[in-house]
Design a protein around this ligand. Structure first.
Ligand SMILES: C[S@@+](CC[C@H](N)C(=O)[O-])C[C@H]1O[C@@H](n2cnc3c(N)ncnc32)[C@H](O)[C@@H]1O
Length: 411
């Protein structure tokens, strides 16, 4: 088993060696991160690590709440849990990127930019300015939303910005905000997956993308290389939003491995709740418990003991009763509900199962950041293999956004 040397920072070790060790570690421990207690109970690893499973299954709700937000604090666990946790911590560590703080210190939050979004934009911009070789540029803001990042970059670098965004309404609102601020920021209403953006890339300059989802930022990275873009800054998010059901590694280093990720494995990266409000957490818990309650009932009624993946539900369905939730979902998915089912019991069973699912899920949770690190490294290695100098690290605290990793690449 590769051991992460905790005395070394990511900067001081060879990135390829780190990636290779992380890959071996993920491969060896595949059952721990690939099986979802939501879908399979008992989870297959429970028979290999019965002492770990026993302790987890006896945790209280409060303990689970605490450990979910800080799994590495979980010190009273039988081994090898402690080993997994410390290895996971090692593979999760990234340096803080150098940022130009004075450049952003005097900035005032513009009206209509939400507080946390503003913090993300400021810190992202401070990292870009610290790393970009020329102050003035022509920027391309990829999947720009209303262009908060583009406007900030335009203001701080006195440069024109082109914002690419597929949602026409956001383009219009963003255009108005830029005009009002008197900035040279233009919107291009285009779908980045469908449109040939050669002309935009040929303008030259740097490209930035703050929280462009999976396929969208992968497309940017590929296109930036194809068009020999000089400077690129990307903070990825929603790694699971990819074309197809399986992840296709970007780098040659990753393509050589036998490590495979399905879309549902990639979802693990987005499972952190650091910045979710208590209200959101409560609704999410209710949805999970209700889905589990319905699932148990359907398994029992059909005699078919398998998890049924039922699509997203409108939030309004979660504000009524469990019984009406079941009826609405069953009607939409054409499922037959057992006649005269005991809704109160099924709901209770769902809540009970949720406690076990969350407790056993603490093991899977250890792999969240290492998996994110692996995906980031895959992108960094691809850029490196394509002739770029690449830096990776955090651009802000996780309380500002849990997706706080960023890649800076230049040639
Ligand atoms: C998570 S938001 C990030 C917005 C902005 N960069 C920010 O940080 O505020 C992702 C944006 O990508 C846009 N988007 C989604 N699919 C797209 C596509 N195929 N082409 C262009 N933009 C797209 C969405 O409309 C949304 O504004």
């Amino acid at each position: 088993m590769p051991q992460f040397d905790q005395t070394k920072t990511f900067d001081s070790i060879d990135r390829r060696e780190h990636f290779s060790n992380l890959s071996v570690w993920l491969q060896l421990l595949t059952p721990l991160w690939s099986q979802r207690p939501f879908v399979e109970l008992p989870v297959a690893w429970e028979k290999d690590y019965p002492a770990v499973a026993r302790v987890l299954r006896n945790l209280t709700q409060d303990q689970i709440d605490a450990y979910e937000s800080q799994p590495s604090d979980f010190t009273d666990m039988p081994e090898p849990f402690g080993q997994w946790a410390s290895q996971a911590l090692g593979y999760s560590s990234w340096p803080e990127l150098e940022t130009n703080r004075p450049a952003i210190d005097g900035l005032k939050r513009p009206r209509r930019v939400p507080g946390r979004k503003w913090e993300q934009v400021k810190h992202f911009t401070a990292a870009v300015i610290a790393h970009h070789p020329r102050k003035r540029s022509i920027w391309l803001d990829w999947c720009a939303g209303k262009g908060h990042l583009g406007r900030t970059l335009s203001e701080l670098t006195a440069s024109p910005v082109r914002c690419i965004e597929s949602d026409l309404r956001l383009c219009q609102q963003g255009g108005e905000l830029a005009d009002r601020a008197g900035l040279e920021v233009e919107f291009v209403n285009a779908d980045v997956l469908e449109t040939d953006l050669t002309d935009e890339f040929n303008v030259g300059g740097g490209v930035v993308a703050l929280h462009a989802c999976g396929q969208l930022h992968m497309q940017l990275i590929v296109q930036a290389v194809r068009h020999s873009i000089d400077f690129l800054a990307v903070a990825p998010c929603c790694y699971h939003r990819i074309a197809g059901q399986h992840y296709r590694p970007m780098s040659q280093a990753a393509q050589k491995l036998s490590l495979e990720f399905g879309k549902h494995h990639l979802r693990l990266v987005a499972f952190d709740e650091v910045v979710a409000t208590q209200g959101r957490k409560n609704i999410r818990r209710r949805e999970q418990a209700w889905r589990l309650g319905l699932d148990l009932m359907l398994r029992e009624a059909s005699g078919d003991d398998r998890y049924r993946s039922l699509g997203p539900v409108p939030r309004a369905w979660l504000t009524g009763s469990f019984e009406s939730f079941c009826h609405k979902l069953a009607e939409r998915e054409l499922l037959s509900m057992p006649t005269g089912f005991d809704a109160a019991k099924a709901e209770r069973d769902g809540w009970q199962r949720l406690v076990t699912v969350r407790a056993l899920g603490l093991v899977r949770g250890l792999f969240r950041r290492p998996l994110e690190s692996w995906l980031l490294l895959d992108r960094m290695l691809f850029l490196n293999e394509s002739g770029y100098r690449v830096a990776g690290g955090t651009f802000c605290a996780p309380e500002v956004t849990p997706r706080n990793l960023m890649i800076l690449a230049s040639r």
